[in-house]
Design a protein around this ligand. Structure first.
Ligand code: PRP
Length: 211
């Protein structure tokens, strides 16, 4: 039997997504055991799961180490991987937004300093506005940048808004809504298309059944 390799994003989102695969008939109970193990398989069901850092799922899928996986739209927009985006899972919802210190006024005569992990998203956004920017690429704790004067604004993910609020920052523009997507490797979609389609349909039904 051919195995279907599934890359799950480690964390709360991945656990929720695994339950969708389980309901679709691809259970592998050991996945939810709290261990440090990263790979699990259920040969009877023909499925193998691995826990991957959420921002790496698209790489596993693009390169074919996983046939399908679940990745945030933020990662797909930032890295533009060569994969198929099959379904919006309507979960893991947040916003890609521009934030600044309360009271910040943009001076269009000056180059805007933008700190972010998402340099491509930020570049494309400001290019679409025709705004000159200076990108400062950071790997985390982006919210510090405007506070310390390293940047004027940040481009980052806002979920509950708590991180911004606790650091006296506020959203000044929304760039794009983000959510988790089911993605597939292009060759796998050709050779394991039936099984992938079946999973997609089952998950789509589960989503539409929710109020
Ligand atoms: C993201 C983002 C913000 C935070 C927003 O970081 O960079 O810091 O979540 O969430 P909130 O609006 O609910 O406060 P994440 O925890 O994903 O990881 P990171 O620090 O590695 O970016």
């Amino acid at each position: 039997m051919t195995m279907l390799n599934v890359a799950l994003p480690k964390g709360r989102l991945g656990e929720k997504v695994y339950s969708m695969f389980e309901k679709a008939g691809y259970e592998c109970h050991a996945v939810m055991e709290n261990s440090r193990k990263l790979i699990f398989e259920n040969p009877e069901r023909g499925v193998r799961y691995f826990w991957v850092k959420p921002s790496d799922v698209a790489i596993y899928v693009e390169r074919g180490a996983a046939d399908i996986g679940v990745a945030g739209k933020d990662i797909l927009l930032e890295y533009n991987p060569d994969i198929y985006e099959l379904l919006d899972l309507n979960t893991g919802k947040c916003l890609m937004a521009v934030a600044a210190k309360s009271g910040f006024r943009d001076d269009p005569a000056r180059t805007l300093k933008v700190a972010t992990k998402f340099t491509n998203i930020a570049r494309n956004y400001y290019a679409s506005l025709g705004r000159d920017i200076d990108i400062i690429h950071l790997n985390g704790s982006i919210e510090l940048a405007p506070i310390l004067g390293l940047s004027d604004v940040i481009v980052d993910i806002v979920e509950t808004g708590t991180t911004l609020k606790e650091n006296d920052l506020e959203v000044i523009e929304t760039i794009v809504p983000i959510s988790a997507r089911l993605i597939a490797n292009k060759a796998s979609f050709k050779f394991k298309g039936q099984i992938i389609e079946r999973i997609k349909e089952s998950i789509a039904e589960q989503i539409s059944e929710k109020p």
